[in-house]
Design a protein around this ligand. Structure first.
Ligand code: ATP
Ligand code: K
Ligand code: MG
Length: 668
């Protein structure tokens, strides 16, 4: 608290204060009372003035305590980057050592085992194991490689083995760590829609109570008991919602901090709050529910096809395939002793070569080589390709496809055609592994009332097997990027709030359209750019924590608003009767508090009003405990606890302070 003081004092500048109209009103009141106290000093006036200043200071203090915690996080992030150097690749092929902070978009750098990756980027060549341990986590080596959906790297992580060539994807100051630093320091905090709504409420209440207080003066004057300006200011400050006005920034900052502690980076507070109301979660399969290192494990030739012929065709179709799947096929072929020729050999031999790259829409890849069309891909599309040229898919191949799919593997059909006829040569078995612990985590999401749907480009049988193994509620197979987007639009049209988790470039449109888009940190730069959150642990069930944080944020703000407003109402009934009992003896009946004097009643209320801010700072930072109950029940519970608590607290607090004050001579 002490270390947050200097910042709190700096925040007292009027330019900063206008952002919070409630606290700005208190600031103006404090200044007014200071002026009056200078010209007409009284013990009461000076005491009230001092406590008004303390009220403003406690307000800025709560905010700077929250920011201070973020700053400590930010400093440790910065420290990790200090003096970081990069090996920049020059146009002539040589390299030069430059400070990491000078790297620009599209620069190409080289990282070898032991190097710290200087900035965010995409691997364009090579494969490496990278220590993805995050700010809070422990060491977690993962494989990153060019070509597929696991191609992005984050600045500040260490390469553990091998060598990669990385194209920088972030301008200086725009990297992940930079954005995280800005976020935790509160520099880019924009008001969320909920915060704006609350802001409007607070401004309205302030205006209403300003009018009430001003109206009180002439009425009281008519009755011959004109209150002094200091009393009026004190009354106003007690009535306007200072508690919540002071704590709102701290609540928001604390929510963002909690997210960073869970290794989630959010680009907006809005997404975090929306997460609290999510009812459906759509997930990509490969790389999100599974690890995404889909590798070829087996070649199954069709009856009458030589195994080597299948392997050679599979290998040719993958020569120019930059995806990890494609490269794993080349590797498996080599294990079977099938090696040359490679692309360069073919070009040197003047072969007629056209590459057909893989796309998630065609679900197929391959080459056209000297009039021969070699394709591999999803059974449905390659089957249709062969059928188009009169080549049927043999029954045993169909069976093989079913068998691989039933095990949760991805079958790729290999076919070869020459323009007049086509043959299906066999299948390649791609295997992938479901990330551990998914079942229990998806069950937890179900308990929270969130429906999980896996959307995959894979075939329905594979999708069904993986869906069952992971324990999602539903799945959609053979989905194109457009289908993924359409599912989100449909859910949203039905009035549901949708979260999407994905890792691939083909997930980017859906990630952007979803109310909450969470990209896996292992994913492509496009996916991470489109999403409004990135999970550094690449855990698709992290949404459980995100939802919890979102709900907690909303509940905390709601609870403290209820408390604050109830508090102000109670203060009104505690001090107004005490103020006018002398003038209107009838009000004596209402003066149940039996406060010592009108002056000590006012001062006690002002002191209570200031102290309650400090008393609630820990709750604002920690957050009100979130339980998995429905929103209505949570609301009812909070109204009861914080509403009732807010009504009762001032009566007790003010009475106690009044007792203490009445012991001090000179006031009242
Ligand atoms: N390199 C490749 N060459 C040919 N076909 C491929 C290749 N990679 C994948 N496929 C086929 O295309 C289908 C869809 O591709 P992919 O799995 O990338 O789509 P997706 O929509 O991202 O789904 P997922 O949820 O599995 O990530 C795969 O199921 C597979 O049949
Ligand atoms: K108040
Ligand atoms: Mg994918």
């Amino acid at each position: 608290m002490i270390s947050a003081l200097p910042l709190a004092v700096r925040k007292l500048a009027p330019r900063q204060m206008v952002h919070s109209p409630v606290m700005f009103t208190v600031l103006v009141g404090a200044a007014l009372c200071t002026g009056i106290s200078v010209f007409r000093p009284s013990a009461f006036g000076i005491a009230v003035t001092a406590w008004l200043w303390l009220t403003v200071l406690f307000g800025t203090l709560s905010e700077s305590i929250a920011e201070g915690r973020g700053k400590a996080q930010a400093d440790s992030l910065r420290a990790g980057r200090k003096g970081l150097e990069a090996r920049l690749r020059l146009p002539d092929g040589g390299t030069r050592q430059v400070p990491a902070t000078e790297l620009r978009l599209n620069d190409v750098v080289i990282c070898e085992a032991g190097d710290v990756i200087p900035s965010d980027g995409e691997i364009i060549e090579g494969l490496a194991s990278v220590d993805e341990s995050t700010i809070t986590g422990e060491s977690a080596p993962v494989i990153r490689e060019s070509g597929g959906d696991r191609s992005s790297v984050t600045g500040g992580r260490r390469v553990l083995s091998d060598r990669i060539v990385v194209r920088i994807t972030a301008e200086p100051g725009q990297t992940f760590i930079d954005r995280m630093i800005q976020l935790v320091e509160g520099a880019v905090r924009q008001k969320t829609p909920n915060e704006i709504a609350l802001h409007v409420l607070l401004v309205s209440l302030t205006i209403v109570f300003l009018a009430v207080t001003m109206a009180l003066a002439p009425f009281a004057a008519l009755a011959g008991a004109a209150p002094s300006p200091i009393v009026l200011v004190a009354l106003l400050v007690c009535l306007i919602p200072t508690t919540i006005g002071a704590l709102v920034p701290a609540i928001g900052i604390a929510g963002m901090d909690r997210l960073v502690q869970h290794n989630v980076l959010a680009t907006s507070g809005r997404a975090v709050e929306t997460a609290g109301d999510i009812t459906s979660l759509l997930l990509d399969k490969t790389g999100t529910i599974t690890f995404g290192n889909r590798r070829a494990v087996h070649f199954h030739p069709a009856d009458g096809v030589d195994r080597t012929e299948l392997i050679e065709a599979a290998r040719l179709s993958s020569l120019a395939d930059e995806t990890p799947e494609g490269r794993s096929i080349i590797d498996l072929a080599a294990e079977h002793g099938v090696q040359g020729p490679d692309l360069a050999d073919l070009e040197r031999g003047n072969a007629q070569l056209a590459v057909v790259p893989f796309s998630a829409s065609t679900r197929m890849s391959g080459v056209d080589l000297d009039g021969r069309m070699i394709r591999k891909g999803a059974a449905s599309t390659v089957g249709a390709f062969a059928a188009g040229m009169g080549g049927g898919t043999p029954a045993e191949v169909e069976q093989q496809v079913q068998d691989i799919s039933a095990q949760g593997g991805t079958p790729l059909l290999v076919a070869s055609a020459d323009g007049t006829s086509a043959r299906v040569l066999g299948t390649i078995h791609l295997a992938d592994v479901v990330k551990p612990g998914m079942q229990a985590r998806f069950a937890e999401l179900r308990r929270m009332g969130i429906r999980t749907v896996m959307i995959t480009g894979d075939n329905p049988v594979t999708a069904k097997a993986i869906a069952a193994e992971a324990g999602v509620d539903d799945f959609l197979a053979e989905a194109t990027p457009e289908d993924k987007l359409a599912v989100i639009k449909k859910e949203q049209a039905a009035g549901r709030l949708v979260a999407m988790t994905g890792d691939g470039t083909n997930d980017a449109p859906a990630l952007a359209a979803a109310d909450v888009g969470v990209a896996m940190n292992s994913g492509t730069p496009a996916a991470k750019e489109a999403a409004n959150m990135v999970d550094l642990d690449s855990d698709p069930t992290k949404l459980i924590n995100i939802v919890g944080i979102g709900k907690q944020l909303l509940i905390t703000r709601g609870a403290l608003t209820t408390f604050s407003v109830a508090n102000d109402v109670a203060k009104y009934f505690a001090i107004v009767p005490a103020l006018f009992t002398a003038t209107f003896p009838g009000l004596g009946l209402l003066n149940i508090m039996g406060l010592a004097t009108p002056a000590s009643a006012i001062l006690s209320a002002v002191i209570f009003n200031a102290l309650i801010i400090i008393a609630l700072v820990p709750l604002a930072l920690r957050g009100v405990k979130y339980r998995a109950i429905t929103a209505n029940r949570a609301l009812a519970r909070n109204l009861l606890i914080y509403g009732l608590g807010g009504l009762i607290a001032p009566f007790i607090g003010i009475k106690l302070i009044d007792l203490l004050i009445s012991l001090i001579p000179g006031i009242g």
